[in-house]
Design a protein around this ligand. Structure first.
Ligand SMILES: Nc1ncnc2c1ncn2[C@@H]1O[C@H](COP(=O)(O)OP(=O)(O)O)[C@@H](O)[C@H]1O
Ligand SMILES: [Mg+2]
Length: 151
């Protein structure tokens, strides 16, 4: 199950994120894929807006995980760009989606290609550049319905 969307500019990427932030329930994982500059952080900033988070969402490239607790539900924003798979393992990323150690929220993972194992259910959004510097998003749901996003 997958949907393809053309995102004509950064505002469209952000608007998709806002929709996700407004609609997705707690204990949801969103895995983001795409090269540098594909729009992963832009999308996550939209998610933060949709959740009603008051702080600015900055890329956690150096901190690895940023947590935001001022929105409708918590946002856990991970960026695995600089990590080797063994290091990701030691980050115990599952603690964010298992809902035991942290209050259940929305977990968004940039560079999710680096995950050594996957959640049981998740949305995946793959972003890529088009020839004219727009973006294409391929949104799929694994063991989930796409309805919360497109319904
Ligand atoms: N749909 C889009 N069309 C054109 N530019 C976009 C689009 N979405 C995001 N951008 C721009 O791409 C640049 C890189 O985005 P960013 O979200 O930092 O990428 P990533 O986190 O994937 O490295 C930003 O300048 C952003 O404004
Ligand atoms: Mg980024």
């Amino acid at each position: 199950m997958a949907e393809t969307m053309l995102l004509e500019n950064a505002a469209a990427t952000q608007a998709l994120g806002i929709k996700l932030g407004e609609r997705l329930p707690e204990n949801t994982v969103i895995l983001l894929k795409g090269d540098l500059g594909a729009g992963k952080t832009t999308l996550t900033q939209g998610i933060g807006l949709g959740l009603g988070i008051s702080e600015a969402i900055a890329s956690p490239t150096f901190t690895l995980v940023n947590e935001y607790h001022t929105g409708r539900i918590p946002l856990y924003h991970l960026d695995l760009y600089r990590l080797e798979p063994e290091q990701v393992d030691r980050l115990y990323p599952e603690t964010y989606w298992e809902g035991e150690d942290y209050p259940p929220g929305l977990t968004v993972i940039e560079w999710s290609e680096r995950l050594p194992y996957l959640p049981e259910r998740y949305f995946q959004i793959a972003l890529c550049h088009t020839n004219d510097d727009q973006r294409q998003a391929i949104i799929s749901a694994v063991n989930l319905e796409l309805d919360p996003i497109f319904g």
